[in-house]
Structure formats: structure tokens, C-alpha cells
Design a protein around this ligand. Structure first.
Ligand SMILES: Cc1cc2nc3c(=O)[nH]c(=O)nc-3n(C[C@H](O)[C@H](O)[C@H](O)COP(=O)(O)O)c2cc1C
Length: 189
């Protein structure tokens, strides 16, 4: 048996720094979002939220959250650091933030709800990549920043940012990266 179109055996992320930031076709974005929330979810609790950041919101969050929080933590920041922090989200055409938003449940552990939110990230990523977009799953420092979590509507007492899925256009095909040796990873009992 072969994997469909060998997509999954060749799939590769493209760095946010190496993608072009054209806006996505809205119908493609709809498809990616619909696929993103079609994930295994123990108890159908939907313990995740998605926030789509696009258009002028990319710049707004870059300035109002990422840059301002960076400068607060690094008052002596150098000019080149300020340049990097002021355009983080603007590297992509759209950035999809995925929040893990666990709920209280008598049987289902929070860990499983967090795993399900990682599945949302992976589905968004592979769906975008399967459509020919450049995409990358990043956290960087601002996934752990409380102001960012609040801006995205999260509750700092329980929610976490699982990742930012950067999606843009491909400038060139990515090179393969080092992959694990399956002998070190997989055991057959
Ligand atoms: C939860 C998570 C967070 C990540 N955060 C970062 C990050 O902050 N910076 C980075 O360079 N790569 C980060 N990565 C790795 C990138 O997604 C990288 O593009 C990926 O490992 C490439 O693998 P692929 O080509 O198999 O998709 C992260 C990966 C995961 C799963």
C-alpha cells in the first residue's frame, strides 16, 4: 500500500522567515479552518479555541503585544532585535493561533485535552501544506506571554497557547531536514 500521493512521507514545513506574506484566498482559509477542528477529541469537549490573525491585525499585534512586551522585558533592546520583534506575525499571510482551553471533567484528564489541541495545530499545518502553502508551527517566546494569551481571549489560570500556525506562499521548495532514524524510535513487540 502507498501513502496517498506520498504527501505525508514528503511533507515539510517552511520557515516563517522564508515565506511570502500574501493574504490567503478566503475559501482556502475556510477549508484549512474546517479541517483544523476535525480532530480526535475525547468526550467531544472541544477543549481548544482558534484565533485567526490576518490583515492589519498582524501588524497591530506585532506592535501592541509582541514588540511592546519585548521592550518591557528588554529595555536595552538593540535596533536589530526591535526590527525582528516588530514584524514577527507579518512574516505570514495569516497566523492561526491555537489555544488549549481545558474544561473540568470527572474522567478525562487535562493532558488529553491538551493533546487534542496539538492535533488541531497539526491538522491546520498539514491541511495548509497539502494545498501547496508554506506553513510552520511556531511558539517562540510570545506563546508564553500572558498579555498575548489575554489578547487572544485565553484565561491565564488554565489556558495555554499551543502554537501559532504561520501560513504564507512558497518562495522555493524546502530542503529536507535531518530526520530521526526509525530504529531509534520504533520498537515492534
Ligand atoms: C509545539 C512546537 C513549537 C515549535 N516552536 C518553534 C519555535 O518557536 N521556533 C522554531 O524555530 N521552531 C519551532 N518549532 C519547529 C518548527 O515547527 C519546524 O518548522 C518543524 O520542526 C519542521 O518540521 P517539519 O518539516 O517536519 O514540519 C516548533 C514545533 C512544535 C511542534
Amino acid at each position: 500500500m502507498t501513502i496517498n500521493n506520498s504527501f505525508f512521507s514528503k511533507r515539510r514545513s517552511i520557515k516563517a522567515a522564508d515565506m511570502a506574506s500574501y493574504a490567503l484566498d478566503p475559501s482556502d482559509l475556510e477549508l484549512i479552518l474546517a479541517a483544523g477542528i476535525r480532530v480526535p477529541d475525547h468526550g467531544a469537549l472541544n477543549p481548544w479555541r482558534i484565533v485567526v490573525i490576518q490583515g492589519n491585525k498582524l501588524k497591530e499585534l506585532d506592535q501592541e503585544i509582541i514588540l511592546s512586551e519585548f521592550i518591557k522585558a528588554n529595555p536595552q533592546a538593540l535596533q536589530n532585535e526591535i526590527k525582528i520583534e516588530s514584524t514577527r506575525l507579518q512574516r505570514a499571510g495569516v497566523v492561526i493561533a491555537v489555544l488549549s482551553t481545558p474544561v473540568e471533567h470527572p474522567k478525562i484528564p487535562v493532558w488529553e485535552m491538551q493533546l487534542s489541541s496539538a492535533a488541531v495545530c497539526m491538522n491546520l499545518l498539514v491541511c495548509a501544506q497539502s494545498m501547496g502553502y508554506a506553513a510552520q508551527w511556531l511558539t517562540e517566546w510570545y506563546a508564553y506571554n500572558e498579555a498575548m494569551l489575554l489578547r487572544l481571549g485565553g484565561d491565564p489560570t488554565k489556558d495555554k497557547i499551543s502554537g501559532f500556525i504561520y501560513i504564507g506562499s512558497k518562495i522555493e521548495e524546502p530542503k529536507e531536514r535531518r530526520r530521526p532514524d526509525s530504529k531509534n524510535i520504533i520498537t515492534y513487540l
